[in-house]
Design a protein around this ligand. Structure first.
Ligand code: S3P
Length: 446
C-alpha cells in the first residue's frame, strides 16, 4: 500500500546527522568481495533495498553474505570465475546499478541468469550494456525495447574488448570492467568524460592489475588485466553524498538553519552538487577532511543561505547526475534563473526525472520550463512556494525526497504519494529529517 509523506519545518533545522553508506560503493564492495577467495568485512554498508538486491543475487550465485551483530557485513567469496548457476531468477527490484553491474559479472562466467525488476526498472534501457557485453561473447536475450526481463548466458572464457563509452555512464564502464575480471588478456574502456571512479579505485584496492590514464582532452583510458586474483579486504563505506544532498539543501532553504552532516564522501567525481550550490551562494563548509578506504571523506557544515540562480555547466553533469532533482528544488527558491542542459540521461533514470521534476515543480507553484535536455527555472527569490499539491513520485526515491525537502520551503505542505521507494537508497530519511527538526504532517493514505 502507498505510504504518503508530508514534512514541514516549524523552526530552523539544527543538529548533526550521518547519512547511510554510499550506494555505489556498497554495491561494488559486495560484488568484489564475492569474487575473492576468503572473507572480506564491510563496515557502513548501505542497507537499502537496492544493495540488498545485489546481496541476494550474489548469494544465489554462491557467495556467503551475512550481517554480523555489530552491524558489519562479512562476505565469503567464490573467487573470480567461481560464480555458480543461480537456481531462480535474480530479482533486481528498483536497482539499475545492481542490474547493469551484475549482468557484467555474469557475462564472463559459465552461468545463465534471468534478471527481473519492478515496473520502473523494467522500463529502463539495457542496450547500453547488452552491446559491449555481447561483443565480449555473452548471449543476451532481452524483452522488447532492450528491457528486463532479460536472460544472460555468459561465455567463459570471454573475449577482451576495447570499448569507447557512447554515453557517460559509470554503470556501463563498470559492467565492462567487471566482465573483464574473468576474461583473459586486457579489457580497455575509454570514457570521453570522467564518471564516478569507485570501480577503478576499488578494483585496484582489491589487487586487480588496473591502470587509468587521463588524456589531454579530458578522456580517460582504463585498462584491466583479466583472470585477476582478488584479495579479501576490510572496507569502510563512507556516507553517500547523493543522500547528504537532501538534508544539505533542506538546511540551505529553511531560514536560520545550521546542520552538520558527518562522514560524507567527497570524491571529486561525485561532488558537483556542492560546488554548484556554493557558486549559487550556499554556505557549505568542509571540515575534518580525511581518506577512508581510498575515498576522500569530510563533514559538511551547511548554513541557510540566499541562493542565486545560475547556468549549470553541462561538463559538471556526470559529477552530480543523481543530484539534479534536489538542485532543481534549490533553484526554485533562488533569486533569478537557473538553466541546466545536457541532461538527456535524466530521462532514463528511475523515472523520467526532467518530466517528473517539471510536473512537480509546476504543481507546487514554481516557474519551470521543461527543455528537451534540461530544465529552466525562475526562482521565487527566497519566498516560500505555494505548495499544497500531491506529488506522484513515480517509484523514484530521489523525486520523493526532493519534494519532501521542497515541502519545508512551501507555504502549504506538499504530500508525496508514496514514500516507499525512499528505502531503496536512504532508509532512515524521515528520521534523519526529524532529528534536524522537521515534522511529519498527518496524511491520508491514497
Ligand atoms: C551509478 C551510476 C550512475 C548513477 C547511479 C549509480 C553507479 O548511473 O545515476 O545512481 O553506481 O555506477 P549511470 O551509469 O546510468 O550514469
Amino acid at each position: 500500500m502507498a505510504d504518503p509523506l508530508s514534512l514541514h519545518a516549524p523552526r530552523a533545522l539544527a543538529g548533526t546527522v550521518r547519512v547511510p553508506g554510499d550506494k555505489s560503493i556498497s554495491h561494488r564492495a559486495l560484488m568484489l568481495a564475492a569474487l575473492c577467495i576468503g572473507e572480506s568485512r564491510i563496515e557502513g554498508l548501505l542497507e537499502g533495498e537496492d544493495v540488498l538486491a545485489t546481496a541476494a543475487a550474489l548469494r544465489a550465485m554462491g557467495a556467503g553474505i551475512e550481517r554480523e551483530t555489530d552491524g558489519a557485513w562479512t562476505v565469503h567469496g567464490v573467487g573470480v570465475g567461481g560464480l555458480l548457476q543461480p537456481a531462480t531468477h535474480l530479482d533486481m527490484g528498483n536497482s539499475g546499478t545492481s542490474t547493469r553491474l551484475l549482468i557484467g559479472l555474469v557475462a564472463s562466467h559459465a552461468v545463465t541468469a534471468t534478471f527481473v525488476g519492478d515496473a520502473s526498472l523494467s522500463r529502463r534501457p539495457m542496450r547500453r550494456v547488452i552491446e559491449p557485453l555481447s561483443r565480449m561473447g555473452a548471449d543476451i536475450r532481452s524483452s522488447p525495447g532492450d528491457r528486463l526481463p532479460l536472460l544472460v548466458r555468459g561465455l567463459c572464457p570471454a573475449v577482451p574488448i576495447e570499448y569507447s563509452l557512447p554515453v557517460a555512464s559509470a554503470q556501463v564502464k563498470s559492467a565492462v570492467l567487471l566482465a573483464g575480471l574473468n576474461t583473459p588478456g586486457v579489457t580497455r574502456v575509454i570514457e570521453p568524460v570522467a564518471t564516478r571512479d569507485h570501480s577503478e579505485r576499488m578494483l585496484a584496492g582489491f589487487g586487480a592489475a588496473l591502470t587509468v590514464e587521463a588524456q589531454a582532452d579530458g578522456s580517460r583510458v582504463i585498462e584491466l588485466r583479466g583472470e585477476a586474483e582478488l584479495r579479501p579486504q576490510a572496507i569502510a563505506v563512507p556516507g553517500d553524498p547523493s543522500s547528504a544532498a537532501f538534508p544539505a539543501v533542506a538546511a540551505l532553504l529553511v531560514p536560520g538553519s545550521c546542520v552538520t552532516i558527518a562522514n560524507v564522501g567527497i570524491n571529486p567525481t561525485r561532488a558537483g552538487l556542492f560546488a554548484v550550490l556554493r557558486e549559487m551562494g550556499g554556505s557549505i563548509g568542509v571540515t575534518n577532511e580525511r581518506v577512508v578506504g581510498g575515498e576522500p571523506v569530510a563533514d559538511l557544515v551547511v548554513h541557510a543561505s540566499a541562493l542565486r540562480g545560475m547556468e549549470v555547466p553541462p561538463a559538471l553533469a556526470p559529477s552530480m547526475i543523481d543530484e539534479f532533482p534536489i538542485l532543481f528544488i534549490a533553484a526554485a527558491l533562488a533569486t533569478g534563473r537557473t538553466v541546466a542542459r545536457g541532461l538527456g540521461e535524466l530521462r532514463v533514470k528511475e523515472s523520467d526525472r526532467l518530466a517528473a521534476m517539471a510536473r512537480g515543480l509546476a504543481a507546487i507553484g514554481a516557474r519551470v520550463e521543461e527543455l528537451e535536455d534540461g530544465l529552466a527555472i525562475d526562482g521565487s527569490g527566497g519566498k516560500p512556494l505555494p505548495g499544497g499539491a500531491t506529488i506522484d513520485a513515480e517509484l523514484d526515491h530521489r523525486i520523493a525526497m526532493s519534494f519532501a525537502v521542497a515541502s519545508l520551503a512551501c507555504a502549504r505542505a506538499v504530500t508525496i504519494d508514496d514514500a516507499g521507494p525512499i528505502a531503496t537508497s536512504f532508509p532512515g530519511f524521515i528520521a534523519t529529517m526529524e532529528t534536524l527538526g522537521a515534522e511529519r504532517v498527518a496524511t491520508v493514505p491514497a
